[in-house]
Design a protein around this ligand. Structure first.
Ligand SMILES: Cc1cc2nc3c(=O)[nH]c(=O)nc-3n(C[C@H](O)[C@H](O)[C@H](O)COP(=O)(O)OP(=O)(O)OC[C@H]3O[C@@H](n4cnc5c(N)ncnc54)[C@H](O)[C@@H]3O)c2cc1C
Length: 423
């Protein structure tokens, strides 16, 4: 059990076991950590030398109110399960990240966001309550009115406050599986920010793909609204069958891909099944293998609104100058709906996410330059995607981290937490 970036962590977790809903937390001499489905890119779901508690056995629905759309389900249930069960009944997730193969517990612990942050906030904004199992055996129901401090610490709390056993989530009513999408090419960040601001007024879901190697940043803005109709569901493509010894992504293949992708014939308007719109990568199983045995990093940062355009331009210029990066580059803006968690990532401003093959020292040097831009801008990096941010940058970006640490379960820890508090 590792994480999505396929990076190596030494030593590996000492032990892992399937968490049993009927049993107390194991009496272990090493630190514990819940593991959802390992879709985090770095070490928030890694516990080197410690024990991982796999939550896949927590797979039951506990209650559903078909009138209100309130679902109570165990924390190992996948978003994919919820879509399969409830989309045919006219309900969808209120907030969803770019993969549906994550658990409810993982969604809560990273307080994930989607393309609708400007109107819906984070996942935690739609969680009415959950149960937290602490290592002293206490099972605490947490909500905005009950065990309030543990509620705020656990939403976005990186699995450190204990193990979440179930989550109560408000689903969103939809007409069906269709989404009406408007695609717009943009040239330059002025045009991106203008189009994006207009699209956020008329569309619930807004996101842009960006060509990180173009001299003037360019890309495609994709704005969607749920719609009537039943477009054909996608069929699964085959999985990437094995991990090649080296990354299949290099500068030449990337520049060619980006240019072709940018110029491909693109309808201005189309109605799609919502699966390929929300989860374009889920269709290629194990796509993370294309980066080879050394794995890959994602650099995801948010910078405040007041400086969002300048800081984004600087970040993209530094990436372009390095000749690194990949076609998986996403730009979107977060709105100002406050997140419920002490460590929730989104802040009002721009959010940039790019994948990078692990090129060793050259990649880490580039990240050092990007960190300096983020620090100067007063921004932060996303722990769910991180495997290397310096502790000082975390502490600057998350000023409530000390208040948060008062709520960590004494028997829980993670490689991420040790890394950012000990460096
Ligand atoms: C292709 C792709 C696209 C993505 N797009 C987005 C996106 O658009 N927005 C976004 O926000 N994220 C995105 N992510 C990141 C992903 O949504 C998060 O990393 C998510 O938290 C992973 O959930 P998981 O169930 O795999 O949990 P894991 O990665 O296994 O664990 C994540 C954290 O949750 C904790 N945890 C898991 N279960 C429990 C539990 N029961 N109790 C307590 N703690 C628990 C773990 O300890 C760990 O700290 C994307 C990831 C991928 C691979």
């Amino acid at each position: 059990m590792g994480s999505w970036g396929n990076l190596r962590y030494d030593p590996p977790s000492r032990q892992r076991r399937l968490f049993d809903r009927a049993a107390p937390l194991p009496a272990s001499a090493v630190p514990l950590l819940a593991w959802g489905n390992g879709r985090s890119y770095g070490d928030v779901c890694i516990n080197s030398g410690g024990e991982l508690l796999e939550t896949g056995g927590l797979d039951r629905y506990l209650a559903f109110d078909a009138t209100t759309g309130v679902l109570r389900a165990e924390a190992g249930v996948l978003l994919d399960d919820i879509i399969r069960s409830f989309l045919p009944r006219g309900w969808f997730l209120p907030v969803t990240p770019g993969t549906r193969f994550i658990t409810l517990g993982g969604a809560l612990a990273n307080d994930v966001h989607g393309k609708n942050h400007h109107v819906a906030g984070t996942f935690g904004n739609h969680v009415a309550r959950f149960e937290l199992l602490r290592s002293d055996g206490a099972r605490l129901e947490c909500s905005p009115t009950q065990n309030v401090e543990l509620y705020a610490a656990t939403v976005g709390g990186l699995g450190l406050t204990g193990l979440v056993t179930w989550v109560e989530l408000q689903l969103r009513r939809v007409a069906g599986p269709a989404i009406a999408v408007e695609n717009r090419r943009f040239h330059g960040l002025d045009e991106f920010f203008a189009l994006n601001a207009a699209a956020e007024k008329s569309h619930e879901h807004v996101v842009a793909w960006i060509d990180c190697l173009a001299a003037t940043p360019r890309g495609i803005l994709m704005a969607g609204n749920h719609a009537d109709g039943v477009p054909p569901a996608p069929t699964f493509s085959p999985a990437v069958p094995f991990t090649p010894p080296f990354s299949l992504i290099n500068h030449a293949s990337l520049a060619a891909f980006n240019a072709a992708y940018f110029h491909r014939p693109l309808p201005a308007r189309q109605t799609l099944h919502l699966l390929p719109y929300f989860y374009p990568l889920d269709n290629i199983r194990q796509w993370n293998r294309i980066y080879g045995r050394r794995g890959f990093y994602q650099y995801q940062c948010a910078v405040p609104q007041a400086v969002q355009q300048d800081a984004t331009a600087e970040l993209l210029a530094a990436i372009r100058a390095s000749g690194q990066g990949s076609f998986l580059a996403v730009l979107k803006t977060f709105g100002d709906i406050a997140s419920p968690g002490l460590l929730s990532y989104p802040l009002p401003g721009a959010n940039l996410a790019l994948d990078f093959p692990n090129g060793g020292a050259a990649t880490l040097e580039l990240f050092g330059r990007l960190d300096a831009i983020v620090r100067e801008a007063g921004g932060r990096l996303y722990p769910a995607k991180d495997a290397r941010m310096p502790g000082a940058l975390f502490r600057q970006g998350y000023p409530r981290w000390q208040e948060f640490s008062n709520h960590i379960d004494p028997r829980f820890s993670s490689s991420f937490w040790r890394r950012i508090t000990e460096t």
